[in-house]
Design a protein around this ligand. Sequence first.
Ligand code: UD1
Ligand code: CA
Length: 455
Amino acid sequence: MGLSVVILAAGQGTRMRSDLPKVLQPLAGKPLLAHVLACADALGADDVCVVYGHGGEAVQTVFPATGVRWALQAEQLGTGHAVQQAMPDTPSANRVLILAGDTPLLQSATLNRLLEETPDTGMAVLTVDMDDPTGYGRIVRNDEGISHIVEHKDASEDELALTEINVGVILCPSESLKNWLASLSNDNSQGEYYLTDIIAMAVADGVKVHGIKADSSVEVMGINNKKQLAEAERALQARLVDELMAEGVGFADPARVDIRGTLSCGKDVFIDINAVFEGDVYLGDGTTIESNNLIRDSRLGAGNVIHSNCHIEGASTGKSCEIGPFARLRPGAELANEVKIGNFVEVKKSTIADGSKVNHLTYIGDAEIGSGVNVGAGTITCNYDGVNKHKTTIGDDASIGSNVNLVAPVSIGKGATVGAGSTISKSIPEGVLTVARAKQKNIEDWTRPNKKESK
Ligand code: UD1
Ligand code: CA
């Protein structure tokens, strides 16, 4: 039997108090809906439909080519009404799995269990026991099993005491779903068409509703406000770090690291506290990340040491590089092997070959630096003439003295030496010593001014 997945993502998310639609709120660097879509993707469904509405265009532009079907719910009249919008193009022979766009920690293993444990033509609800069920729909049971779901706002005193809740995941055959949805009413405390009312309808039709319990209440939490978003963030971070530790990555404190995207690591990687990883980051075998680093969309080779307080984005390094403390690698910084970048050095769109060192207070931009080069403290590649960017080339084994300005376009020959304080605006041949600065004068008959008497 085919499977359709319907993801409800049209709600306004009023409780978020945000201009951003709820399903676009970020969790571990990705919109809530991206997590639910990834989970749906792993189920191998032949049809995935997202019901959108509030902030619809924004939601669609974030997911331009995910191969999903979009159904508009122009007015948010409730979860039942939302599912109804997806039904016209949902194949009648399929079974339909309904997910909420605000339940991002849900894992495909749990859903696969639900799909396997429910007969093809059967109906199931994913439930969980919550210590604090406030706000959730309660699962009401009688001797035969589940009888209905009552929303928190409509629940009686006795029902409020029930701790088994509706996660928001319902599985049922497409054809029956269409019929039940058509008979929903909005006669309830919120004046909404509740999806949850189909449970009682199914029971009345003699259909058994299977209650499948999730293992963890954290996995199925719904995100309605910023507090729950922050709770989910910590829970997801813990999960990501657990996965990495299982692969052998070491952490000084698993609770003090943030992965906003995908972090993949070789063997014997160690990560100290307050490291933040964004986008796609790879860390090679034996690399150490010291405390307080931000690393975004970068690939660091084996045996690197990233000292404290670096900002690294769009960079790549070879083996055994040493970066920081307090260094900045910007997009297009490409370091080969055994390169050293020291404190207060910024590198942008530049290649630096094996064994070269840029240790202190330097800006390297639009440069191609050979191997074995030493760049002295305070060197600046003057790459910008106010209009265009120009390139600096430094040959192998060159030595650049302290406080040198390299006015691009300019090239320094292999093995050349540039004297400290030079401003170089013409290219330098191989092997020479170049000094380009005002000559020192010693003035002998000069006296210091005397301090004037104040009146
Ligand atoms: C819903 C369930 C509740 C369950 C809880 C789990 C109903 C009536 N209630 O309550 O039983 O315990 O989820 O988290 O189903 N949405 C639309 N269109 C609408 C309304 C909602 O697309 O008109 C979407 C929202 O974007 C959201 C999802 O449906 O992704 C759930 O809506 P929400 O308003 O958060 O429902 P809850 O009150 O949390
Ligand atoms: Ca919710």
